[in-house]
Design a protein around this ligand. Structure first.
Ligand SMILES: Cc1ncc(COP(=O)(O)O)c(C=O)c1O
Length: 483
């Protein structure tokens, strides 16, 4: 017989399904949750950090293990049979990536890297920046994109950031003006398809606009592709970095750079390594790089993990890419609605959301802070401790995206400059004090492949029970380590 509590849960689920009727089209994912992701419920974990890392399906690990156990794989780049086998799998992985993103092999190459950051580094260190160049970026970027500015500056190029205002969206006028102001030399524009901080999705049409003004474009797709389709037959960014563990959780240590052949031809590698050269003479001191993507894969590729890539991509296709997208957007809509509906007894809101309050123009990553009844931001360490005690995996901080943090917290450049006292590293608490932050960043909840209604319901119950009408106790907080 159903208990009263089960009845309430059922009524809540039914109300959710009524408000988000398309969720019903995604219930096949509940089956995967019970099989491939059973370990979540078996161990009582509520995983809400998919933008940090995806979760691997158990069957993907089993399929990959069976593949490795059923054959002998040698180092590729040779004609011996075990080497040939590895080469076949590496090339099959390349082909699978092209097909998954509908990228024409005549237009795009796939370069395997350790992760999205490795892909970005390949571009930054080899892009022909010079005194007549510019590196233009949105402030809303991961540090692995922000870091490209160091390559640009080292070669005398100008660097600029367009601030994502209002409400953490692109300032269209400012961006258009910046794009129109391209210097004469090779210039690179970088932006994320989806912010890893706010979940805001920046329009892919900016790729074409930037091309019209003569820019090469880096589209950081790392946070976008786990739950959204990227169609490279429709949009044509020059460089697309991504990490596969964010898409299907396994393997870590493998990402790729999808690069247009035309753009790749502009890059000048600062060194050569095993696997990247056609020939080298030690005594005569010359080297000739290999053709195309081969010139960018340093040393031995991850040939034992790469066979998992076609398996993982096929898994997403079979689970249903549209179903995954639909599901996480229904859950995000409900999460936003329920969080913003909560108010302390004195009428003050429970949360402050950074970025859009609805699902329009965003993905399934939500950044916010809890507010106490006095309207003060709840210290992120209190949130971390309480969430950990409840077996909830979420993330706090600026998520390696300081630009969006600066906009979200309305930090003026003069304050930020003061945080870097005479170029010295100051203590982290001192840094927060100088720049005027009440907490070291935001709270981030992100959804993905294995997310369910129950995960979000669990988090909402936790949020209400822990923070609604509760004053914050800062007396026992551990010291902060770093940003
Ligand atoms: C938008 C975005 N770009 C780049 C990265 C860097 O990815 P990786 O750490 O796998 O290199 C991340 C990681 O969270 C990200 O979210």
């Amino acid at each position: 017989m159903a208990t009263a509590e089960q009845g309430i849960k059922q009524a809540r689920y039914e109300a959710f399904c009524q408000a988000y009727p398309t969720y019903a089209t995604t219930t096949r994912l509940d089956k995967l949750r019970r099989t491939d992701f059973a370990r979540l419920d078996d161990t009582g974990q509520v995983y809400l950090d998919y933008t940090g890392g995806g979760l691997y399906p158990a069957s993907l690990i089993a399929d990959h293990a069976a593949l490795l156990q059923g054959a002998v794989f040698g180092n590729p780049h040779s004609i011996n049979p075990t080497s040939q086998r590895s080469t076949q799998h590496v090339e099959a992985a390349r082909q699978a990536v092209l097909e998954f993103f509908r990228a024409d092999p005549k237009e795009y190459a796939v370069i395997f890297t350790p992760n999205a950051s490795g892909a970005l580094r390949l571009v930054g260190e080899a892009y022909p920046f010079g005194a007549e160049s510019q590196f233009l970026q949105l402030a809303d970027n991961h540090n692995s994109v922000n870091g490209l500015r160091e390559f640009a500056q080292a070669r005398g190029a100008e660097t600029r950031a367009v601030i994502n205002r209002p409400n953490l969206h692109i300032d269209e006028q400012a961006l258009r003006a910046a794009l129109a102001d391209r210097p004469a030399g090779a210039s690179l524009f970088a932006y994320p398809a989806q912010s890893n901080f706010t979940g805001v999705q920046h329009a892919l049409d900016w790729i074409e606009t930037a091309h019209e003004f003569g820019w090469d474009v880096v589209l950081d797709a790392a946070a976008f592709v786990p739950t959204n389709r990227l169609d490279l037959s429709r949009h044509h960014p020059d460089f697309v970095p991504l990490s596969f563990y964010k898409m299907f959780g396994w393997p870590t240590g493998v990402g790729c750079l999808l690069a247009r052949h035309e753009a790749l031809a502009k890059l000048r590698r600062p060194w050569f390594a095993g696997g990247t050269i056609w020939a080298v003479s030690v005594q005569a001191g010359w080297h000739v790089m290999a053709d195309g993507s081969d010139a960018f894969e340093d040393g031995t590729v991850n040939y034992l993990c790469l066979p998992a890539i076609p398996l993982g991509l096929r898994y997403l296709d079979q689970a249903g890419r549209d179903a995954i997208h639909e599901r996480v957007m229904c859950l995000t809509g409900w999460l936003l609605r329920e969080l913003t509906a909560q108010h302390h007894t004195n009428g003050r809101p429970l949360v402050q959301i950074y970025g859009p309050h609805t699902t329009a123009g965003r993905g399934a990553t939500v950044a916010f802070n809890f507010l106490d009844p006095a309207g003060r931001i709840v210290d992120e360490r209190i949130v971390d401790q309480a969430a950990a005690a409840a077996n909830i995996s979420l993330r706090t901080g600026c998520f390696c995206n300081p630009g969006s943090g600066e906009v979200a917290f309305d930090l003026a450049p003069d304050k930020l400059a003061a945080g870097y006292e005479n170029g010295r590293r100051v203590g982290f608490d001192r840094y927060l004090e100088v720049i005027g932050l009440q907490s070291a960043g935001a709270v981030r909840v992100s959804l993905g492949l294995a997310s369910t209604f129950t995960d979000v319901a669990h988090f909402l119950d936790f949020a209400i029970a822990t923070f609604l009408d509760q004053p914050q106790d800062r007396s026992t907080l551990p010291p902060r380590q770093r940003c």
